[in-house]
Design a protein around this ligand. Structure first.
Ligand SMILES: Nc1ncnc2c1ncn2[C@@H]1O[C@H](COP(=O)(O)OP(=O)(O)OP(=O)(O)O)[C@@H](O)[C@H]1O
Ligand SMILES: [Mg+2]
Length: 270
């Protein structure tokens, strides 16, 4: 059942009340045609929790995240944000949530500054001076002050990713969804992103669902880790549970062995 109690903290940007939210997946199934991507998935992400979702490429991680923001609709089952059904348009008016897309999804015709200012302008969160303060603060957190006037085409892949996170921060979210936030980033910037996710939890009680292949990130900041395989949630535990997951499929996924004698590699040599 969806969660209905309340707790709240203050937003990092506006100082306003920021009630924490939970996310409940209730028997969620999703098929595209005959292809079942998600099969009867049930779990809850608690208020203020950092939940890291791992799993092989194509296992349905991005599809699952898209259900939380209403970009995909369930074939069966439901997703709730607190007591609100995630598939309903009105839910996104009641809960501030931000999805950091795998590929950034920036507006190419807008500068970095205007990409970040778009949401607060549209929602009239502040006057232009107030918006400038929020935008510059987010850019500073992600070491992007010098990129404000640049266009997305002028940025590296890792910079685009950071701009996408900065843009999400400006939305003052109660719920942050990250799709591969540290891919394409160097180790120092990856650690910075992990710190930001952890800080949002510690100081502002933001709930986070993080899709990632990054085991270090999972071990360092997750409260719990879920692993999606074959359309099912095959593992759910605090990060320590990854050390000895039991299931050999999970061990192979977490600690893949490279076999250079594999005939596939031999073919490359000849
Ligand atoms: N709109 C769609 N129509 C049809 N099939 C889709 C659609 N979106 C995703 N899929 C399929 O669903 C499966 C899961 O895709 P998804 O993008 O969720 O994988 P993923 O776990 O995020 O993988 P990766 O780690 O590579 O990002 C894939 O086989 C993909 O081709
Ligand atoms: Mg994906």
């Amino acid at each position: 059942m969806p969660d209905t109690g309340t707790t709240s903290t203050v937003s990092p940007f506006s100082g306003s009340e920021n009630p924490a939210v939970s996310v409940t997946f209730e028997n969620l199934s999703k098929s595209f045609g005959d292809f079942a991507v998600l099969k009867d998935i049930s779990f809850r992400v608690d208020r203020g929790e950092i939940f890291v979702l791992m799993g092989p490429s194509g296992s349905g991680k991005s599809v699952l995240l898209k259900h939380v923001v209403g970009l995909e609709l369930p074939s069966a089952g439901r997703v709730f944000i607190d007591k609100y059904d995630a598939s309903e348009e009105t839910t996104r008016e009641k809960v501030r949530l931000a999805l950091v897309f795998q590929a950034g999804a920036l507006f190419n015709s807008l500068t970095v500054y205007d990409n970040l200012a778009l949401y607060p302008r549209e929602h009239q969160l502040a006057d232009e001076a107030g918006i400038r303060e929020k935008v510059m603060r987010a850019l500073q957190i992600l070491s992007l002050e010098n990129a404000a006037a640049k266009y997305p085409s002028e940025l590296s892949g890792g910079m685009k990713k950071r701009v996408a996170i900065a843009r999400a921060l400006v939305m003052e979210p109660q719920l942050m969804l990250y799709d591969e936030p540290t891919s394409e980033l160097d180790p120092v910037m990856s650690a910075t992103i992990s710190e930001i996710i952890a800080t949002l939890k510690e100081q502002y009680h933001v709930t986070s669902i993080v899709v990632s292949h990054d085991r270090d990130l999972a071990l360092s900041i997750a409260d719990r880790v879920g692993i999606l395989m074959g359309g099912q949630l095959v593992h759910l535990s605090p990060p320590a549970g990854l050390r000895d997951p039991g299931d050999p499929r999970i061990a192979d996924f977490l600690h893949p062995q490279i076999d250079l004698k594999n005939p596939r590699f031999r073919k490359l040599e000849s």
